[in-house]
Ligand binder design. Structure first.
Ligand SMILES: Cc1ncc(COP(=O)(O)O)c(C=O)c1O
Length: 387
């Protein structure tokens, strides 16, 4: 059995430290918005190189709060991609906004920025660019978008941008001036998820938002406690979206290891690549490659793309037979989801996302995965395809 992800291997290494931290929280009697949340926020902000981070209940609430802080309301259009987790788009809908989609690039699987610019220039029918009130850029599977370019788009069109960093904590971008910055540091608001399987995950739900704006920081802090600064005085309509002390205590421990864990993910990705080349699997599949010189991809998922859907089916069958974990991210693009039927999209609207949904497969990857297990996964693919 080789799992897609295993929470317990990491826990065995950190058990003493984690149990001790949880015990301290409970023994202190302060389990909501105490010292751990405050310190975690400081440590996360420092790690990201931003002014402010605010712990929240999960990555979905992080997006909803970000949308609310950016004043998204009924009728506003928020652009994202159709090839991501639903929360990147549904957060806008929760506030009455309308998600609009820009297809992804075949290779990076991130938003196609040329297509986005065409849309914003209003040269393609169907969307009034004036109604676009935010753009959500998703660093999908751990791969950073071009942060220089997304910042330029933000400034040129004067549309607030959100980075959805749920899958990419620790990912980096080397800017044109040569400096290396973190994903989540260039947008108006960045959002994070600490769901257990994420590169930085807790033992339950957790999330955060980050910003360089003092004003947005204050609003986000209010929004997570029903819009109040002072108890029972509600200046804004917010919700209960707090990060728990216990999760913050766990995350403070784990944040210390994030770079080391991301390095191991990159090493595993390199090993997969080497094995695929050696086994002549490249005739059958494309695979993501690490970025040279900086952590441009932190491999939250290692997602390969088969050249034909039949290849994927064969591999899945063999994985099931041999007990190898896998997942399809994402089997149905967002524009074809029943929940978004009211938006009026149809099959064929976003061909790259639709093709990827039929050909991609996520293979096991997590820092504690062993080299011999990676070899078994690669060999199983080879066997399945009878190379
Ligand atoms: C890209 C992306 N955005 C948002 C979320 C939502 O995060 P959460 O599950 O913590 O609500 C996820 C989590 O799966 C995600 O992958």
């Amino acid at each position: 059995m080789i799992p897609l992800f295993d929470l317990t291997r990491q826990y065995l290494k950190l058990r003493g430290e984690i149990l001790n931290a949880i015990d301290k929280v409970i023994s202190s009697g302060r389990v909501i918005l105490g010292e751990n949340v405050r310190k975690f926020e400081e440590e996360l902000a420092e790690y990201l190189g931003v002014k402010c981070a605010v712990g929240v209940s999960n990555g979905t609430d992080a997006l909803i709060l970000a949308m609310k802080a950016l004043n998204i309301k009924y009728g506003d259009v928020v652009i994202t991609t159709p090839y991501t987790f639903i929360a990147s788009a549904s957060a806008a809908s929760w506030l009455g906004g309308f998600p609009a989609f820009v297809d992804v690039e075949e290779e990076s699987m991130n938003m196609n920025l040329d297509n986005l610019i065409t849309l914003l220039n209003g040269t393609e029918g169907g969307l009034n660019p004036e109604r676009v009130k935010a753009i959500v850029f998703v660093h999908l599977f751990g791969r950073s978008l071009d942060l220089d370019r997304i910042k330029e788009i933000r400034d040129r069109y004067n549309i607030p941008i959100v980075e959805d960093v749920a899958q990419a904590l620790g990912a980096e971008w080397k800017k044109r001036d040569g400096s290396v910055v973190k994903a989540g540091s260039v947008s108006d608001i960045a959002t994070f998820s600490f769901f257990p399987t994420k590169n930085l995950g807790t033992y339950g739900d957790g999330g955060a938002v980050a910003t360089n704006s003092d004003e947005l920081c204050e609003i986000l802090k209010m929004l997570r406690v029903h819009g109040s600064k002072k108890k029972y005085k509600h200046e804004l309509l917010g919700k209960n979206a707090r990060l728990d002390e216990i999760h913050a205590a766990v995350l403070r421990i784990k944040l210390k290891y994030i770079d080391q864990w991301n390095d191991r993910r990159i090493e595993i990705a390199k090993l997969y690549g080497k094995l695929f080349e050696e086994m002549d699997l490249v005739e059958f599949l494309d695979y993501p490659k690490p970025v040279e010189g900086f952590k441009g991809h932190v491999f939250h998922q290692f997602v390969v793309k088969f050249k034909k859907p039949e290849y994927r089916e064969k591999v899945i069958e063999k994985f099931k037979e041999r007990g190898i974990g896998f997942a399809i991210y994402y089997p149905k693009p967002l524009h074809l989801q029943p929940a978004f039927e009211y938006l009026g999209f149809s099959k064929g609207d976003f061909p790259v996302a639709e093709r990827l949904s039929k050909t991609t497969l996520a293979l096991p990857i997590f820092p504690e995965l062993r080299d011999d297990e990676v070899e078994i996964v690669a060999l199983t693919i080879k066997n399945a395809l009878e190379v």
